[in-house]
Design a protein around this ligand. Structure first.
Ligand SMILES: Nc1ncnc2c1ncn2[C@@H]1O[C@H](COP(=O)(O)OP(=O)(O)OP(=O)(O)O)[C@@H](O)[C@H]1O
Ligand SMILES: [Mg+2]
Length: 509
């Protein structure tokens, strides 16, 4: 009977209560009786009722007064009340005083059917309400839990977002401020992002780079090897690779880069992007080449000094005899041959002299003088030489300070560089010789309009006897490098399909 529905019956007449009990008797109900309004209130305080049957006329608290108090209490505010009355006037009063809430009447003598019917109606309502309350409670509980979970998730989300923001910030600083070039590439080789160091190195802006693939600014010589390694990386054959390659900057300059290249994959092991760290090693490479050239010069110098003496001695003897025979009457019909033989010997001798000068590393006759004077004194000679070949020589000297120079050697540098420039051009070409001051250095440049120097030739420049010309000795540039070294000057080259410029930079003393 624990779950039985409680019904309170209030009547001052005990027999009336008994009659009601008789009518409503059921295992579904627990019937509680009260014989006065006061007793009824006590019961209402103790228990929760599905419905209250209330006699209107009672001594002490009558039915209305009792109902009023019941209604004023929070818990029983909505408990349905059925008034039992013998009088229709009573019902009007009920309407006046208690228009709200579930209220009904039943007239004496009580009709059992009507009463049972009304009670079951209210009981059903009560049951529904109870179920509804349970549901509302459950739902509220669920909602509370969901809300708590949501709040936790929001907090966690915010934390993750904050951590991400911080880590992104740290990465940005590293990316933006790094002295090493960093680029992010798509698997197809397109540039997704580049940092300022890389943009500075290559001369293109971020926007320009974003429309390019890496092969567009890689020197053609390195493209094939680079693509091969890139493919291996994408296929997972290698985890990373390193390559030293040349880039072609926007203004056509060649830049040496040392690259370390990695790939990053998403959770499905699919390549997301490729990241490359690029170190500019141009200066290092130039220095290395310079060192190699220097070593070669030293070696050749030593060799030259060793053998030239041995070669020159017999040559002097041969020349002496030839000269003697040339003067003899019996040999007069061979005079022209003797002259030719002596000339050839002299030519061989002068090559040995030039060759020897490569190995020398002490400056010869240094005098304070102006390079412009030397350049201008050579001008007529060079112009006449060029004119004969249908080419032009232009001289542009700017004011430069005096330097300690060996005039014979400087003449030789200028002549060798000009001869190479003129030989590189077809007729109609123009050669420009300039002098100017730049960053406290006096610069001498010789610029031609030839076809430029291919990279395999570039690597060998300055090696004694290296020539691409049928009649060249391959000593011209070696001599230039050795003279420059004796003057503490540095030679650099800019070359493209439109021509070549040689720079000789002297330190101001
Ligand atoms: N201005 C230039 N343009 C194109 N190629 C050049 C230029 N200067 C030098 N070279 C290349 O460098 C090579 C070496 O030059 P180098 O002056 O040492 O010897 P050479 O000119 O061949 O002979 P020579 O000893 O008569 O000067 C040349 O054969 C040529 O291929
Ligand atoms: Mg030459």
């Amino acid at each position: 009977m624990e779950n039985a529905i409680k019904i309170l019956m209030v009547d001052d007449q005990y027999e009336n209560l008994l009659a009601l009990e008789g009518i409503l008797e059921s295992p579904m109900y627990r019937l509680v009786t009260a014989t006065s309004g006061e007793e009824a209130l006590k019961q209402v305080l103790k228990d929760d009722f599905a419905v209250i049957l209330l006699d209107v006329r009672m001594p002490g608290l009558n039915g209305y007064e009792t109902a009023k108090i019941i209604r004023s209490r929070g818990k029983s505010r909505h408990t349905p009340i059925i008034f039992i009355t013998a009088n229709h006037q009573d019902t009007e009063q009920v309407h006046k005083g208690y228009a709200l809430g579930a209220i009904d009447y039943i007239f004496k003598p009580v009709d059992p059917e009507t009463l049972r019917y009304k009670i079951s109606g209210f009981v059903n309502l009560y049951k529904h309400q109870e179920q509804l309350e349970i549901m509302v409670q459950q739902r509220t509980q669920e909602l509370l839990l969901a809300n708590e979970r949501l709040q936790r998730e929001v907090k966690q989300h915010k934390q993750t977002e904050e951590e991400l923001r911080k880590s992104e910030g740290r990465f940005r600083i590293f990316f933006e401020k790094s002295q090493i070039g960093i680029i992010l590439l798509s698997p197809e080789g397109g540039l997704l992002e580049s940092n300022p160091a890389f943009q500075k190195m290559i001369g293109y802006t971020d926007e320009e780079l974003k429309r390019m693939v890496f092969t567009e600014f890689t020197h053609p010589e390195y493209i094939e090897k680079n693509i091969e390694l890139y493919q291996k990386l994408l296929e997972g054959e290698i985890e990373y690779y390193e390559i030293k390659k040349r880039y072609l900057s926007k203004c056509g300059k060649l830049i040496w880069g040392h690259l370390t290249v990695f790939s990053t994959r998403d959770i499905n092991a699919k390549i997301e992007f490729v990241i490359a760290f690029v170190q500019d090693i141009t200066e290092k490479k130039i220095l290395e080449e310079e060192m190699v050239r220097f070593d070669r010069l030293n070696m050749v110098g030593e060799m030259a000094a060793g053998i030239s003496h041995e070669v020159r001695n017999p040559m002097t003897t041969v020349r002496g005899f030839l000269q003697m025979l040339q003067g003899k009457d019996d040999c007069s019909r061979y005079k022209d041959y003797f002259t030719l033989m002596i000339q050839e010997l002299d030519r061989a001798n002068s090559i040995i002299t030039e060759f020897l000068s490569i190995g020398r590393n002490t400056p010869s006759n240094l005098e304070k003088q102006n390079i412009n004077f030397i350049v201008n004194s050579l001008k007529p000679l060079l112009q006449a030489d060029a004119f004969g070949q249908g080419k032009y020589v232009q001289v542009e000297t700017n004011k430069v300070p005096d330097l300690l120079l060996d005039s014979k050697e400087i003449r030789q540098i200028i002549l060798n560089l000009c001869r190479n420039g003129l030989e590189a051009m077809t007729s109609g070409g123009r050669l420009i010789i300039r002098t100017y001051l730049e960053n406290r250095k006096v610069v001498l440049t010789v610029q031609d309009e030839g076809e430029g120097i291919r990279s395999e030739v570039m690597e060998k420049l300055g090696t004694p006897f290296f020539t691409t010309k049928a009649n060249g000795t391959g000593l011209g540039l070696s001599i230039c490098y050795s003279i420059a070294a004796r003057h503490n000057a540095v030679i650099s080259i800019d070359t493209s399909a439109n021509g070549t410029t040689f720079y000789v930079k002297f330190n101001c003393n």
